[in-house]
Design a protein around this ligand. Structure first.
Ligand code: F6P
Length: 458
């Protein structure tokens, strides 16, 4: 089997002695896929992301103990345009509904160049796959960075069994028309060259409707919805580790005997972190009984800081947290603890500890954190979950729904979750834990392989 993703399962760091150290690759898709495929004799094609990755490729050191790793040192300009401009500033914004339409996007000559670069990067991936795939091999292409790979493979290697899986939502018919015509046509036509998968039937349907509208037919490769799940054993083993225990102790000291609202997110506009703080502020205003009795622990970590929007959003997040603290803090109570360092053990400790987990994205393909939290929590915690997250399909029955744009509703959802009677909390938390483990990451991978091979759901 060949797995194809923009970020790879390994990243490399140059050492002062001229060698390289190998580390686990970053990002949600990698965390989920890596342990499933390690040692399974899989080939993995990915991009060299950093300067050190590129140097490792040049030195022949970009290898892995767990995979047959093919790291591509792409043309640097092409790669930047592919990642920053097309993947992040356009496709990510499109599918998450983040465009501010009166101002952006505006597709000019610069974008046309970036689109050509996106095509060349996708071609480079397809060429590497085509050169290394056995006859009829299964190829699993991950995400919107690589949406043109199915069409390129259909040209080069029609014998391959390909599935494409998009980890984000898919935009609807009103939004697809924002893209330049040739861009929309090429993307949709390529994804339809194979089975196209999504975390939620909502996104699969949106893709179908866009395809019908733009290309006048249903996608020939078919669509499927299969949500990524947790790996219960691996997650439990990680959360039971000594580092998490140490972080849990720190967290307990910071929270004391107060209730804890927790969030764990990349600093990312679609995660809606600023409205989360504003809703909390409103809750403290409307429900004075919570003042000094609750702490909002925001475990967030920087991302995509090459984009001005993300740097600006980080500032907004920090300012929004500060505003709440300036308004409500007392001598021995800090209402918001904002931690912007990327520490996985601390995140796991937060998921074990929360009384309320706030997951309020504007739109989210799935949101694995909601499932991880529901599964790991040991505090009869409630998940306050955006209806716009793919995970709502599975957890919605036991979660407290959040309307991501409605601050008043979100504030009430937080209040309701904090105020819930112990018996109801326990019943909901138990149900959330069951629901979070219904589909495992292994189920997801098995389904993806079956779809690539043209077999419908098990
Ligand atoms: O589609 C989701 C995803 O690709 C995840 O794998 C990852 O966590 C996130 O987007 C961030 O992506 P990146 O840092 O590679 O831009």
């Amino acid at each position: 089997m060949i797995v194809v993703s923009h970020r790879g399962p390994e990243r490399f760091e140059a050492t002062t002695s001229g060698g390289f150290t190998r580390h686990r690759g970053a990002g949600g898709v990698i965390s989920a896929l890596r342990p499933l495929l390690a040692g399974a004799d899989a080939k993995w094609v990915a991009a060299a992301i950093s300067t050190d990755d590129r140097a490792a490729v040049a030195a022949g050191a970009a290898t892995s103990e767990d995979f047959d790793l093919h790291l591509l040192a792409l043309d640097e300009d092409d790669h930047r345009l592919h990642y920053d401009v097309v993947s992040n500033a356009v496709l990510w914004f499109l599918h998450h509904g983040l465009f501010e339409l009166p101002r952006r996007p505006a597709f000019d000559r610069h974008f046309a160049e970036a689109w050509d670069a996106y095509g060349r990067v996708n071609e480079a991936f397809a060429a590497e796959i085509a050169a290394n795939a056995a006859e009829g091999e299964t190829v699993l292409v991950q995400d919107y960075h690589l949406a043109l790979v199915p069409a390129a493979l259909a040209q080069r290697r029609p014998d391959l069994q390909v599935a494409f899986f998009q980890h984000t939502p898919h935009c609807g018919p009103n939004s697809i028309g924002v893209l330049p015509d040739r861009v929309a046509t090429d993307l949709l036509a390529s994804m339809a060259r194979c089975a196209a998968g999504f975390h939620s039937p909502r996104w699969a349907r949106a893709f179908e409707v866009c395809h019908e509208m733009v290309l006048g037919s249903a996608p020939a490769g078919g669509t499927f919805a299969t949500p990524l799940g947790i790996d219960p054993d691996a997650l439990t083993a990680n959360a039971d580790g000594a580092e998490v225990a140490a972080e849990a102790k720190n967290l307990d000291e910071a929270i004391g005997d107060r209730k804890a609202i927790v969030r764990v997110d990349r600093i990312e506009p679609s995660k809606n972190i600023v409205r989360g703080f504003r809703a909390y502020d409103l809750m403290l205003e409307e429900h004075p009984e919570w003042r000094e009795r609750v702490v909002f622990v925001a475990l967030v970590y920087p991302s995509r800081e090459g984009l001005a929007e993300y740097l600006a959003y980080r500032q907004e997040v920090e300012q929004a947290a500060q505003r709440v603290n300036d308004r409500w803090a007392t001598g021995d109570w800090q209402p918001v603890i904002l931690d912007a360092h990327d520490t996985y053990p601390r995140s796991l400790a937060g998921l074990r500890r929360y009384d309320v987990l706030l997951v309020n994205p504007i739109r989210d393909g799935l949101n694995l954190v909601a499932k991880e939290g529901a599964f790991l929590n040991r505090h009869d915690g409630i998940v306050a979950l955006s209806r716009e997250a793919g995970a709502f399909d599975e957890l919605g029955d036991a979660a407290v729904p959040v309307h991501p744009y409605d601050l008043t509703q979100t504030a009430e959802a937080l209040h309701q979750s904090l105020a819930m009677e112990p018996a109801e909390r326990h019943a909901r938390a138990t149900r959330l834990q069951e629901l979070a483990a219904v589909h495992t990451s292994r189920d997801w991978l098995d389904d993806l392989v079956r779809r690539a091979e043209g077999v419908s759901a098990a």
